[in-house]
Design a protein around this ligand. Structure first.
Ligand code: URA
Length: 199
């Protein structure tokens, strides 16, 4: 019942085609593939990351490198899978050279595609994965460590939660209580709980 309709999938495809031909910023000159989305178009759960890296750019799919493999494990730890439950996209659809931070004009140019994805699917839960995604939706100077795990009001009455980016977790190996990995485990369980409570 949460799966997107054929009409919504068609609309997403139209946006994808437009995005693939986009020349609004210079990243279109250096990208290999446009990285639009992965997972299933649905109305319940969307995850928004930062921007494609090397492997995503090669494959044309978000979160397929090491960070993506960890993301899949985190989702699977509470029974979510990319094949069934979650729509995954990024703030930028083209890779910034050398994986540098997205520039303000690149984020602005790409925003219409992200907004269209959110507007077409109207997900009930939006996970903001890492600082760049958080800054795209929340007007806050607080760092991710301060606001992760908290619910915020999102577009179309959605609930939005900032979560750690898996790349950050890969750099912080400890699983001790209070460590980033341990906090991520708390957050994903909370997300699962709220997801389950939705009708
Ligand atoms: N990091 C992101 O934020 N997105 C990807 O698609 C890959 C790595």
């Amino acid at each position: 019942m949460y799966e997107a309709t054929q009409e919504e999938k068609d609309k997403l495809n139209e946006v994808f085609v437009k995005c693939r031909n986009c020349q609004k910023c210079s990243l279109c000159k250096t990208k290999t593939k446009t990285v639009f989305s992965a997972g299933v178009p649905n109305h319940k759960l969307m995850l928004i990351g930062e921007a494609p890296g090397y492997y995503e750019d090669q494959k044309g799919e978000p979160f397929v490198g090491k960070a993506g493999q960890l993301l899949d494990k985190i989702l699977e730890s509470v029974g979510f899978s990319r094949q069934k439950d979650v729509y995954i996209c990024n703030t930028l659809k083209c890779r910034p050279p050398e994986n540098r931070d997205p520039l303000p004009d690149e984020k602005a140019a790409c925003r219409e595609y992200l907004d269209a994805q959110v507007e077409i699917l109207k997900p009930r839960i939006i996970l903001l994965c890492g600082r760049v995604a958080v800054q795209s939706f929340l007007d806050t100077k607080l760092g991710i460590t301060k606001i992760r795990g908290k619910w915020f009001a999102g577009p179309n009455n959605s609930k939005m939660m900032p979560i750690f980016h898996p790349s950050y977790l890969l750099r912080n190996d400890s699983r001790e209580k209070g460590s980033p990995k341990w906090l991520m485990w708390q957050d994903i369980q909370e997300i699962r709980k709220v997801y389950n409570q939705m009708d």
